[in-house]
Write a protein that binds this ligand. Sequence first.
Ligand code: ARG
Length: 420
Amino acid sequence: MDGDVRTASYEADPAEVRRVLLLYSGGLDTSVMLKWIQEQYGAEVVALSVDLGQPGEDWEVVRGKAERLGALECRVVDAREEFAREYVLRAIKANALYGGGYPLFTALGRPLIAKLAVQAARETGCDTIAHGCTGKGNDQVRIEATVATLAPELKVIAPVRSWRMGREEEIEYAREHGIPVKGGTEVAPYSIDDNLWGRSSEGRWIEELDREPEDDVFGLVTRPEDAPDEPGYVTVGFERGVPVSLDGERLEPVELIQRAAAIGARHGVGIVDHLEDRIVGLKVRDIYEAPAAAILLTAHQELERLVSTIHQNQFKPALDRQWAYLVYAGLWWEPLRGDLDAYMDRANEPVTGSIRLKLFKGSARVVARESPHAVYDQALASFGESGGLFSQQAAPGFIELWSLQSRMAYRLREERGGGE
Ligand code: ARG
């Protein structure tokens, strides 16, 4: 086929594509793709939509659209529970933030979506998996790495990488093929991806780094300026590193994450204007709205700090960072991630207790903490008269020994005339 150059072993040979499992969102790209695959490959298409808690999605509408466009079948899988338990909770235990600000919601969702695509492809006799990612992003990496890892027998096609249609041509193709196009066609929409854990927007003015975010980008979080004038409070209860309650009410993970998101969104919490290094070399700016993550990650990190020693607290962030990087980089199935999870589970054993946050016009600040495992003794730490069991008289001896090598080395350097 025109423009079809295969460079990787898992890419499909057009002549051998008979039935394709298409990861279908219901948007323009994947709707055009649904027709285009039938036309260009003479292949059958099975559509799969995965519910990861995208707010406001009507899956029956998505299913109906896929069927009208000629899908043999359109499956909608509710994967919210699995996403929350097996992906988001692990991310919380690892305090997962990439580049200091991105809570990885998209990156966490992709391996699960791709795993479910593999399952559905096998069940419906598909030979190929198709997705709507471009050739410039991380998502192609996450999806294709997952398919190639879990199902070496399946092939992949990524039409957006090869079809050379811009938005204009896609809309034209859609018109010609009776594909409904939502909204105005003059202004390209933001490129949005969302799930339970957050929402990202890319494109349009976001690509101009010197421009301040325009209000219409915020689809989830209230603008901090418009948030309530009275602060809100939320207390997050944890057991072994897992959030289990909000304000004392026990909740299952999906419900808990959704409620935390709603409270945070109301108070303008979780907006991140993020300049990001993609794994494919580009830098990109994303506008993230992740209110649940802003609350739950902040609370988790604080509780972990309270129950861990100085040495654990010095060490774990390096592993957290590695965890986040692997997940960002599309290597969910890499054994190192599992090794790190074993550490995360172990380190989270004492992370039980609760953290109270004050939410106010965009900020989420810890104001109170308690844990039965706190490595903290108020009597020792106290500035009060007695000084408790902590011997202040012992401090100078400590300082003398603690600084010994540094003092010696400093003097030697001075003698060599090196200065600092
Ligand atoms: N930059 C983020 C990532 O690589 C988010 C990408 C989400 N995609 C989108 N079309 N908004 O995970």
